[in-house]
Write a protein that binds this ligand. Sequence first.
Ligand code: LLP
Length: 460
Amino acid sequence: MDDFSYTNGRLHAEGVPVDKIASKVGTPTFVYSSATLLGHYRRLAEAFAPVDPAICFAVKSCGNPEICRLVAGAGAGFDVVSVGELERVWLSGAPMSGVVFAGVGKRRDEMLAALDGRYSPLAKSGVKVNGLGPEGRGPIGLFNVESEQELEVLEDAAREVGVVASATLRVNPDVDARTHRHTTTGKRENKFGIDLARAPAAFDRFGDSPHLNLRGLHMHLGSPIYSPDPYTEALERILVRIDEIERNGHRVDRLNIGGGIGADYETGSTPSYASYAERIVPMLLPLVGRGVKILMEPGRTLIANAGVLLVRVEYVKETSGGRFVVCDAGMNALIRPALYDAFHFVWPVRVGEGQAPTRRSKKPEGPGLVPSHVVGPVCESADAFIRDWPMPPVERGDLLAVFSAGAYGMSMASTYNDHPLPAEVLVDKDSWRTIRARQSVAAMLLGPEACGPQPAEATA
Ligand code: LLP
């Protein structure tokens, strides 16, 4: 599951007691485990090894450049959805050829930057990676195009640059991913992709373009998906269309099955990678045999359980509505409970005898638990991590860990109510380092240039 566990009543990230990190860096702080992230990556790659997929890490789930560097080192490419994410990948030093660019509203200037680094918004900033500016970095690997009109714009952008843009067409297979309505993307009422039935006609129209190389199809059904069924349902429909496209005389050599595989927010809540793979892989093998490259875009399943959010208890107050544990961060740092009613297991970082959780469950059990509403400082009643939550009693000044916060935590964090962005720390075995310093109030209000040199990185 992950590398966060209690030893002698103290929560550790791998070999590091997390209270030690909080005492040096403060709170709120996201703490990531390298071992968990790399372990998930390795297990996913192993499960799908028979189809040797290109695994493109979804940058939107957690875009810290050090996290990107870590997964790139393990062999990952990247899924990006904006020029900002694109530049983030470039800054992390990863090759552009491993990048796929999805997103339903790509602008032409974003396409230009993805086709040629001379158009990068960082081109005139003087920023260099390995001594080189963005010029000459080459085009990205693939665009995931979401409409016929977007194909026209991409064709036109590629003509201007004088290159051929490689693309897959994102199709909407009208399959229910059986997940939260805000994160369902493969139903026909969702804005993503084009109707699957229209894909063959799009290939007929754009298949011979001198500036487009339309190579195949892309799907992304939603997130999180806790069963292989939506994938197999969608693939059944998509494979029929791929045959049709090929019968019409076009070559298909790419199929992107998107992201969406779940994460273990509650111990055991996600099936093993093997149980997804054993249903999905057999459907893909014939394509692979015909030379089709498979791509995947996982985010959450790799990084969610590789991160916890550390917050400090500011106040505990009993009201007629219950016991409120008021923390120094809430929906500003982790918006998922407020936005999706998402479950995140919350527990004190230091616990007494017998109070270390044996598993993370929606119904914790153990001696001396007290029902609590764990809330943040933001002026919204939606600002709660969890309500009516049986937890060991805590006091002002105690530390809490919000588990499984690595995905869509920091990347969705905001400065709402003018709370500066949290710090981020990466643990590797017994050592740790700050991979993003806490934003200062001065930087938040005046911009980083107004703040002079940043404090040196904390490391232990
Ligand atoms: N590919 C595409 C085209 C996507 O839109 C997404 C996620 C992914 C890949 C990665 O999905 P993953 O493997 O991480 O499930 N903020 C929400 C999740 C939104 C997901 C948006 N798209 C949450 O916190 O639950």
